[in-house]
Design a protein around this ligand. Structure first.
Ligand code: NAD
Length: 443
């Protein structure tokens, strides 16, 4: 089948590469000429395990092409995927300008029936706005051509995006048109063989499902972070509490890890956007507001803990950071906890020596050259002369470190584990002062 994807970011590239992999003819469109040039010369603008190879193979096979020519994109695919960004507006609501700009482009150039498939995360009611935009663009051309708008929210996780797309837990198709639903079912059939995971529902429910999923996950994290702070004060160990509650199948073990807050391009913005949607219809979203507030406070926790160790004065100190990405297996630093920590440290006059297995270029792009940021060659180099090590991202390679080497390389043997990935006893046995989240300091 012929497919066009607007937006060649995380979602667009993964969607395009996976749809090409099963035999479709995919044309990816982006407004960023540098991104398209890079893709056309064999590069990949983001780090996502397996994506390089998938793009290379399908490009070579001629099933995956990249272009800035939006008109050619509209002419190419029966399916017109919209996978552009929906960043937060000033008031927290989703900024729909990119989505509606694609809708307008499609309305301006379409010559026959098209299915607009909205993969971007968008507030309830957006499909109606997309349809209205297409209709207006068609009317300006004195045209009346049939089209459908489908909500098909994406649930992939950065770091495991290919696997998630190839073997989805569910495929949500929001449409009231049974014929369109069948066309989407045919497109997704290769990813839906094991058992039927495709759910057809009305458009508004599909749009809300995506926000509901992210808000639920963010709630789990904030709930555990809130409990971890209580545990620490009352002298309990949140890791024992976690195991204790996870054993109840109604609660489960997934996604109940305490830490230094959630980040990334989705949870923070989607919780905020859902809050805005609720307020917009006159409903006060008390729980969502608390989820957000708890997360905000949790992201400041590492800095507060460090400050307490240095009698409130971090000026002139050097702090080593392991992990910059908002989670492992990605180079994405959008709303990462590392950024809140680094920016607080800089404001307090401290210097940062950081290492991340893949996000170093992204850190360079975000912060450029500055005297108070050293991007270290490797994890050990980040420690040299530092007054403390803080683990911010739970990369596997940080999970079993050489504690003695850490102690000997740091200027002061202080280790703050923002993700509770290390064993307190091992760390203290090696002579480190070990601090973590929701547990009394190990002795
Ligand atoms: P991204 O910022 O990585 O990519 C968006 C791309 O769209 C950019 O390359 C940009 O240049 C391009 N673009 C903007 N306007 C365009 C236009 N008019 N025509 C063509 N291209 C255009 O964004 P992303 O992380 O891929 O997210 C896209 C959407 O999917 C968002 O709504 C997001 O909330 C949602 N989503 C993201 C994830 C994730 O893990 N990143 C997961 C599920 C859903």
């Amino acid at each position: 089948m012929e497919v066009t994807i607007f937006g060649s970011g995380y979602v667009g590239l993964v969607t395009g590469a996976c749809l090409a992999e099963v035999g479709n003819d995919v044309l990816c469109i982006d407004v960023d000429p540098d991104k398209i040039d890079l893709l056309n010369s064999g590069g990949v603008p983001i780090y996502e395990p397996g994506l390089d190879e998938l793009i290379r193979n399908n490009r070579e096979a001629g099933r995956l092409r990249f272009s800035t020519d939006a008109e050619a994109g509209v002419k190419h695919g029966l399916f017109q995927f919209i996978a552009v960004g929906t960043p937060p507006d000033e008031d927290g609501s989703a900024d729909l300008q990119y989505v509606l700009s694609v809708a307008r482009t499609i309305g301006q150039h379409m010559e026959g029936y098209r299915i607009l498939v909205d993969k971007s995360t968008v507030p309830v009611g957006t499909a109606d706005k997309v349809a209205e935009t297409v209709r207006t663009a068609l009317a300006e051309r004195d045209q009346s051509i049939d089209f459908d708008v489908v909500s098909n929210p994406e649930f992939l996780k950065e770091g495991a995006a290919i696997e998630d797309f190839m073997r989805p837990d569910r495929i949500i198709v929001g449409t009231d048109n049974p014929r369109t639903a069948e066309l989407l079912r045919a497109l997704y059939a290769p990813f839906n063989r094991n058992r039927d995971r495709l759910m057809v529902m009305d458009v508004r429910s599909a749009e809300l499902t995506k926000y509901a999923a992210n808000a639920m996950l963010a709630t789990k994290i904030s709930f555990m972070n809130e409990l971890s702070n209580i545990a620490e004060i009352v002298g309990a160990d949140i890791e024992k509490v976690r195991v204790g509650i996870g054993s109840d199948p109604r609660i489960g073990y997934q996604f109940i890890y305490p830490g230094c807050g959630y980040g990334g391009s989705c949870f923070p913005k989607d919780v905020r956007a859902l809050e805005r949607t609720a307020r917009g219809v006159g409903y006060e979203p008390q729980l969502l507001q608390a989820v957000e507030a708890v997360n905000f406070r949790q992201k400041e926790l590492l800095f507060d803990k460090l400050k307490a160790q240095f009698d409130g004065d971090l000026a002139g100190r050097t702090i080593a950071l392991w992990g910059l990405a908002f989670k492992p297996n990605t180079d994405d630093m959008r709303e990462a906890s590392s950024r809140v920590l680094m920016e607080s440290l800089w404001a307090a006059g401290a210097k940062v020596q950081a290492f991340d297995p893949v996000a170093m270029d992204e850190a360079r792009r975000l912060y450029g050259e500055r005297p108070d940021l050293v991007l270290a060659e490797d994890a050990t180099a980040a420690l040299v002369g530092a007054d403390a090590l803080v683990i911010v991202t739970e990369w596997t390679q940080f999970r079993s470190p050489n504690f003695r080497l850490i102690r000997d390389t740091l200027a002061r043997p202080l280790l703050l584990d923002g993700r509770n990935i290390l064993d307190p006893q091992q760390a203290t046995a090696a002579g480190l002062t070990y601090l973590s989240i929701g547990r009394a300091p190990a002795t």
